[in-house]
Design a protein around this ligand. Sequence first.
Ligand code: ATP
Ligand code: MG
Length: 463
Amino acid sequence: MPRRSERCYDTGLSDTLKPQHGSFLHDTDHKSLGPVIVSRSDHNISRANISQSALKVLYRLKDAGYQAFIVGGGVRDLLLERRPKDFDIATNADPDQIQDVFRNSRLIGRRFRLAHVRFGREIVEVATFRASGAEPDDERSHSDSGRILRDNVYGTIDEDVWRRDFTINALYYNIADFSIWDYVGGVEDVRSRTLRLIGDPVTRYHEDPVRMLRAARFSAKLDFTLAPDTAAPIKELGGLLKDVPPARLFDELLKLFHGGHAARSFDVLRHYDLLRYLFRDTQAALETPEGEKIAAFIRRGLENTDARIREDKPVTPTFLYAVFLWFPIKALADKLERDGWQSGQAMLEASQRIVAGQQTAFPRRFSSPMKELLAMQWRFTQRQGPRAARMLQHKRFRAAYDFLLLRATAGEVDQETVAWWTDIQNLPPEEQGKMTGGKPRSGRRRRGGRRRGAQSEITDVVS
Ligand code: ATP
Ligand code: MG
């Protein structure tokens, strides 16, 4: 059993904190030390802010005789008085024992089994404590570059804590007495808004390079500062991200840019020179003389995404990639045109090539609409003839028009072109025909606004 520390934390977070938090807690080689236990009266986490489902799971495990803790982002966010995305639960019950306690659970994962306990639409994830490092057999657990390949040995809480990434993500809320167990100085780091890797940062980044992106994400999301040791190796080790599977990079990308803090993520990624490992071509464009203008354009697009999330409107990777890839694609299209390609074709070819060269996975259901969206930008310059009339009926017209507006705010499109496309949408088909000089096709005419199902995923992105 861990020692109960006599030392008292004041985790009111706003009050004064006693400087009892010596250096040993950050000296994470001292793995034998037990946790500092912060009792209920010394922290601000109230059960009123924990979901009913998570509480049910915690109490049922406790009543069955097991340890049960909330761990990770849930504890961190509650300490910060933010609403957690979800509550992850850690226990000393093994997966079969968890399943015995919860008939409404399902085991997932092959190597490391987790239980999903379902309550209506809510799923609570329950994991058995895991040890890292020591392997029961002689299979390799690390790659040559130090990357963790296997991480699947059950353990105890005081083993589980050391495989977690940041101190603020390694706090355990104990349902037995509502205390917080802190092995790594995480409470103090929450209070001082510091993001600190547990253990030796160079080793931890080698084990899992995605931790560098996670550092950028938590810094952007929580407005935390990286501890100097945590920040220092990033520039040099960023290249390790080249070996991360594209699908994992795509997942991380969405967490960076679809979490409501996209503009800040962009700034932080650039600060640590990590953007190049997600968007190589965009980084190259940012390093040209046009860089500042391009950065302002991307930031604008990301601010729109953040605003949509605040307003609970849907967001899509189609738009995100369009924002990041527009300038690289346009530059390549211009080059192809100089080489003799016809404009519209050059744009399609450039989209094709840039999309094919992405480091992140970019599923076709998003990349195809993005290509169309960007190809249509060129067509906005063609206002006469049946092609212009057909543009209005294109199923991605609205999305493409929204993107046109974004370009206009960056000074890329003249106001007259924007005004023309803005006006024409609101005219009856006959009038539209007069403006374009081309006849709208009668069969596909739209009446009373948009057709069902044709509404752009990114409608109003720049409203
Ligand atoms: P969010 O609010 O974004 O969900 P989170 O801290 O819950 O933040 P998750 O990605 O959901 O982040 O991971 C849950 C927990 O698992 C983390 O808090 C951390 O303790 C641990 N963890 C996740 N990814 C890693 C990693 N790459 N290396 C070490 N520990 C990790
Ligand atoms: Mg989480």
